[in-house]
Design a binder for this molecule. Structure first.
Ligand SMILES: Nc1nc2c(ncn2[C@@H]2O[C@H](COP(=O)(O)OP(=O)(O)OP(=O)(O)O)[C@@H](O)[C@H]2O)c(=O)[nH]1
Ligand SMILES: [Mg+2]
Length: 251
């Protein structure tokens, strides 16, 4: 039976071949490092560019430029000034402008990577901004996080369990974390990754090549993992809330 919370979205319009690939996930799980790895491994093979999102700075863009993995002018920063979720799902204008500018300036591009600002477990990209998305957890966040669910863990195109090299130091069983994630994902792929484990990096690159090939020949159908469930948090009685599209956040 089809999952009613997942809406298929039409494939990219004919003529546009660039794969827009989003990378989201909690703060510090290794999104920028994963993007640096992809640039290092794939920029000889594909024409690439990157858009980063930070709330108040261009820290991630500066990190990527200084990593020397891609020409500096192919890396653009969007300062969201708001919670990451807003800029990648509710009002994607600034990100879409940055992606389209890069696609025009460096045409033809094969791959544009968009890094979300670090959030909690709830932020996912709108399929109006990206064609496919990776959700990034890490072992240091705790082995139980994969069981906690949410739209990114459950329905992103790829779930990465990052920094597997740290597992022995934080008492996490990577195999169990991956198995828990697989259970939550109904057969969608899960990858244990470490930038120091060449085999896992090769698997990540193979996955990206596969999605890119499917996108180019029209077989890849973007999915919307869906917004977070309606909720509120923060101390009771505090009601300076803010809206995110279909739901309300109360702090
Ligand atoms: N041991 C280990 N550390 C890693 C790995 N990948 C990233 N890190 C480290 O994890 C920290 C956070 O990495 P970032 O790539 O900045 O994480 P991020 O998700 O982009 O962070 P925000 O954008 O601030 O949310 C840095 O100190 C990285 O060096 C990995 O595979 N193994
Ligand atoms: Mg980052």
């Amino acid at each position: 039976m089809l999952d009613p919370t997942v809406s298929p979205v039409s494939p990219a319009p004919p003529g546009r071949r660039t794969l827009r690939l989003g990378v989201a996930g909690p703060v510090g799980t290794g999104k920028s490092s994963l993007i640096a790895t992809l640039c290092r491994e794939l920029s000889g093979e594909f024409a690439m560019a990157v858009v980063t999102n930070d709330i108040y700075t261009d820290e991630d863009a500066r990190f990527l430029r200084s990593a020397g993995v891609l020409a500096a002018e192919r890396i653009r920063a969007v300062e969201t000034g708001a919670c990451p979720h807003t800029a990648i799902r509710d009002d994607i204008t600034a990100n879409l402008d940055a992606v389209e500018d890069l696609e025009e300036e460096f045409a033809p591009l094969d791959l544009v990577l968009v890094e979300s600002g670090g959030d909690n477990l709830t932020a996912t990209f709108s399929p109006a901004l990206i064609d496919a998305q990776i959700f990034c957890l890490d072992v240091a966040g705790g082995g139980d996080v994969a069981r906690k669910g949410g739209p990114g863990i459950g329905r992103a195109d790829l779930l990465v369990v990052n920094k597997s090299d740290l597992a022995p130091y934080v008492g996490v069983d990577v195999g169990r974390m991956v198995a828990d994630a697989e259970k939550a994902r109904d057969g969608r792929p899960v990858l244990a990754l470490s930038r120091s484990d060449a085999a896992s990096v090769a698997e990540l690159c193979a996955w990206v090549r596969g999605v890119l090939a499917e996108h180019v020949d029209g077989r890849h159908v973007p999915q919307d993992p869906g917004p977070m469930a309606p909720h509120s948090h923060g101390p009771a009685g505090h009601d300076h809330g803010h809206e995110h599209g279909p739901h309300t956040h109360v702090h």
